[in-house]
Design a protein around this ligand. Sequence first.
Ligand SMILES: Nc1ncnc2c1ncn2[C@@H]1O[C@H](COP(=O)(O)OP(=O)(O)O)[C@@H](O)[C@H]1O
Ligand SMILES: [Mg+2]
Length: 260
Amino acid sequence: MCALLEVKNVSRHFSKRIIRFSDKKKESFAAVKEVSFSLDSGETLGLVGESGSGKTTVANLILRLLEPDQGQIFFNGEDITRLHGYKQLYPIRRSIQAVFQNSGTSLDPHMTLGEIITEPLRNYHLPTKRQAEESLELVGLPPEWTKRKPHQLSGGQRQRVSIARAMILKPSLLILDEATSNLDVITASQIIALMQRLHEEINTAILFISHDISAVDKLCTKKAVMQNGGIVETLCKLDLDEAKHPYTKRLIESKMSVSL
Ligand SMILES: Nc1ncnc2c1ncn2[C@@H]1O[C@H](COP(=O)(O)OP(=O)(O)O)[C@@H](O)[C@H]1O
Ligand SMILES: [Mg+2]
């Protein structure tokens, strides 16, 4: 059986403008270089690494928001890098959902929570009856809040709404990109606990991207470490005994010194 997601030797360059002695020159650099990993159905993979290491670019490549310069991405055995445009990507977008760091703050202020959560169902012409209430309950919010607007919610509650919206289509893959990074420590750990519960109940595969390695350790069984656009190491536990790469060791040590 094939993996749910297989990222094969994917690279993506961006151009950077160098201004030197008023001489403007364009150079490119690899934000993601030759990245490969796979994720099985229901599996949880953490992607860790410092800011700028290429994590969000990997997410955007999988979500087909960016084109790779090289490599292929297979979803359920289909090479999705060959799909282009709204029509071809429509079925894939139903199965791969994402929650970003700013998802909670970018909810449409004019829409009610009920409308926000059920919008993906309407996009796929699916019934919406009782769905908003059930989804609110699923993410630990009162079901009677369907008529509320986003400004009436706290940051953590808004992020729960984003998760409810992302989960309403029961995607086989959920990408969480720094989804807890804007939240205070207690709210962030509540969201991690919610994700653990949803993962157990619904068995969605999760790609959890974060610079917070303790959050990744809690939620994910497998961890891939990114540095300068490449994956330097994949391991089961982010601890000093298991880590082989010096960069992974440095990451773990820096986490330890912060939590002391
Ligand atoms: N659209 C873009 N244009 C140019 N450079 C970009 C773009 N997106 C990301 N980058 C650069 O690519 C590198 C990796 O960025 P990113 O994937 O956002 O890293 P991370 O999510 O790990 O912080 C960074 O140097 C960033 O500045
Ligand atoms: Mg990022």
